[in-house]
Ligand binder design. Structure first.
Ligand code: NAD
Ligand code: WQD
Length: 341
């Protein structure tokens, strides 16, 4: 059985990916400092799959703690790197913390891999690297725009670091550029755990429906889109998780065509903020208390993925629709209300 190190594996996307890796018979080591997650997630993963992943609590931005992870698990053959800080607004207030953490983790992990001859690396990248695209849908070949936040910049810099490390033949890397991950595992045992007031739309919707938040504000309805609200490519987190398994298989099956590759991981379809709200109201059967407010600074108008390359090259395609996304997010919210983490 091959062993995969999943950094940040106790987090939202990481935990769903661990489940899919275990389902495909990979053995998993999770390294996480639990700065934005909870150790109970490990139990929940075990409940879903019947297999307990190895877990080591470690701050991977610290060189010696990172080394300890690789010393403890010498069987690691590939790494999926989720560990990072991810709050866009916070990154503008604490840029150095974001560069230190997100890039420190990447450099420490790559250094350990180099010293041990571990070659395969999958990186969590983001559609944020495209900024406000001029042409839609956005392709992998679309220009990378200047970052509008330190967070976004860490994702761009991470891709550059991987490109050059791969060029030096030290690693084979795949960057997956996620669009907007939402939803939760069908078991409702794992899902997103927003810290405090959610920044992102879906957890704000579910918390408003649950009565935790009084009202949702739709940030602007005067955008040049059909209903005036912003458009995003929302993708079910389980579809996203499966893309990581495909990326890992690609290495072991020697299918990669370059030492550094990058793929859009979205559905290829954009939904507006109001369309997501409508889907939620329909699938849940409740009226959501929302109001139209002013635009949020820094928001782009619209983005959705061209998925041609990921479909052709990876043989991966998102399967779940918008209603499955909203329904699973709601089930998770209900689970959380009953059994808080
Ligand atoms: P998350 O916060 O739920 O998961 C990240 C995990 O990394 C957390 O468990 C956290 O405790 C851990 N972590 C952070 N710093 C660490 C450190 N120094 N050492 C060890 N562990 C550390 O976030 P997520 O939504 O699951 O995102 C996972 C990855 O995907 C991140 O790299 C994020 O930037 C990227 N991404 C997320 C989105 C999104 O909308 N959620 C979109 C695009 C890309
Ligand atoms: C979606 C839409 C908001 C909250 C962020 C990061 C991006 C990537 C994904 C990591 C926007 C609107 C939101 C609310 C609203 N993450 N909205 N009311 O901004 O597309 O992307 O997460 O890489 O880098 O920036 O996602 O969920 O915050 O917003 O009207 O209370 O919902 O204005 O149009 P976003 P989001």
């Amino acid at each position: 059985m091959r062993t995969i190190l999943v950094t940040g594996g106790a987090g939202y996307i990481g935990s769903h990916t661990v489940v899919e890796l275990q389902n495909q018979n990979y053995s998993v080591v999770i390294a996480d400092n639990l700065s934005n997650s909870n150790e109970k997630v490990i139990e929940a993963i075990c409940q879903i799959t019947g297999k307990k992943p190895d877990f080591i609590k470690a701050d991977l931005s610290d060189q010696s703690e990172c080394k300890k992870v690789f010393d403890t698990f010498p069987q690691i053959e590939a790494v999926i790197n989720f560990a990072a800080y991810k709050a866009v607004g916070e990154s503008c207030e604490k840029p150095l913390d974001y560069y230190k953490n997100n890039l420190g983790i990447l450099l420490n992990v790559l250094q350990q891999m180099k010293e041990r001859g571990i070659k395969y690396f999958v990186q969590s990248s983001s559609c944020t690297v495209y900024g406000e695209p001029e042409v839609l849908p956005v392709r992998e070949s679309s220009p990378i725009q200047q970052a509008t936040s330190p967070y976004g910049n860490t994702k761009q810099m991470a891709e550059d670091i991987l490109r050059f490390t791969a060029m030096a033949k030290q690693v084979k890397a795949i960057a997956l550029r996620y669009f907007n991950p939402v939803g939760a595992h069908e078991s409702a045992l794992i899902g997103e755990l927003p810290n405090g007031v959610p920044n992102n739309l879906m957890p704000f919707i579910t918390q408003t429906a649950a009565g935790i938040r009084k009202q949702l504000t739709v940030f602007g309805n005067d955008y040049p889109t059909p209903d005036g609200t912003c458009i995003r490519d929302f993708i079910h987190v389980v579809d996203l998780a499966k893309a990581h398994v495909v990326a890992i298989n690609r290495f072991f099956e020697n299918k990669n065509k370059a030492d550094f590759e990058y793929f859009n991981i979205g559905t290829g379809r954009g939904y507006s903020v109001l369309e997501l709200i409508n889907s939620f109201e329909k699938t849940i059967g409740v009226k959501l208390n929302y109001t139209i407010g002013s635009r949020r600074q820094g928001d782009i108008t619209q983005i959705w993925a061209d998925t041609t390359v990921s479909e052709q090259e990876l043989g991966w395609k998102a399967e779940m629709d918008i209603d499955q996304m909203t329904l699973s997010a709601w089930k998770w919210q209900q689970h959380l209300d009953k059994t808080p983490f």
